[in-house]
Design a protein around this ligand. Structure first.
Ligand code: DGL
Length: 282
């Protein structure tokens, strides 16, 4: 998409939800449950997922393309339902690109709403963050948690195989057990006082059955969807100008950079409803 000639539609439009692949559907599901009246446009960059091991520069470039696409399709508000993109691209997009594209549009991430609730969840004040290598190396969770809760000890663990298991629809297979167990045991060995494990990648709730299987009792596993959804609702309540620019017909459409039929098939299984997708090219 050309930066110079991007003309954006002015009319109100759907709320954009972006992820590298299928993971953002775990966030979309919670948002739609909480706010079913709005229209949504989901974009999964499945052809280029996973983002986890890519450099800052590449994740920023891919995420910027996705945001521009969603803006061009009428979204005034976009949620980066991806921790890797939130960690590596959100700030630059907010600070540099919005001014050029349209300063009245907004892009929100998933890290802040998740971090805000951590203080209420942990009693031991020892928290584990399970995430992609990109999110772990950005140290975003550690930094943000320590800003709000300096007394909390944060341990991180990259789980590089977890996103490919989901993207390849292997998240319920017997082979997934090995990779899930290894990382859960690994992080709890790093800090046995952990009582809260944050699933800081939107793909991970799709591995929930396996994650719970290897998490000892007394350790709470926390997916982010619920917190991101309530934070978005609160945002729209506080920003009535933006709320007025989000249409409400209760629809949900899907865009993917992969083959449309493959996305539709997998997304329908994740969302428990028919999800017709359109393939796009950047
Ligand atoms: N779902 C993503 C996240 O929340 C991205 C995973 C990836 O593409 O590596 O981090």
């Amino acid at each position: 998409m050309s930066d110079m000639f991007l003309t954006l539609p002015e009319a109100p439009g759907p709320i954009g939800v972006f992820d590298s692949g299928y993971g953002g559907l775990t966030i979309l599901r919670q948002i739609r449950q909480l706010m079913p009246a709005y229209d949504y446009l989901y974009l999964g960059d499945n052809a280029r997922a996973p983002y986890g091991a890519h450099s800052f520069e590449v994740v920023y470039e891919f995420t910027r393309q996705a945001v521009e696409t969603l803006f061009a399709r009428g979204c005034h508000l976009v949620v980066l339902a991806c921790n890797t993109a939130s960690a590596k691209a959100l700030r630059t997009i907010q600070q540099n690109d919005l001014a050029r594209l349209d300063p009245s549009r907004r892009v929100l991430g998933v890290i802040r709403p998740t971090v805000e609730i951590v203080g209420e969840l942990t009693r031991s004040r020892h928290v584990g963050v399970l995430a992609t290598a990109g999110t772990v190396n950005s140290h975003s969770y550690e930094l943000e948690i320590h800003k709000l809760f300096p007394d909390i000890t944060v341990s991180q663990m990259a789980c590089p195989m977890w996103v490919p298991l989901v993207e390849n629809y292997e998240y319920d297979s017997p082979g997934a057990d090995y990779f899930v167990r290894k990382r859960i045991e690994g992080i709890l060995r790093t800090d046995p006082a952990i009582d809260t494990l944050l699933l800081a990648c939107t793909h991970y709730p799709l591995l929930m059955n396996k994650i719970l299987k290897y998490t000892p009792p007394g350790v709470r596993v926390v997916p982010q969807g619920e917190y991101v959804a309530s934070s978005l609702k609160d945002y729209l309540r506080r920003h009535t100008d933006m709320d007025a620019r989000c249409t409400r017909r209760g629809t949900c459409h899907y865009l993917t950079t992969e083959a449309a039929d493959k996305f539709s098939e997998n997304a329908s299984l994740f969302m428990h409803e028919r999800c017709e997708a359109e393939r796009i090219r950047f």
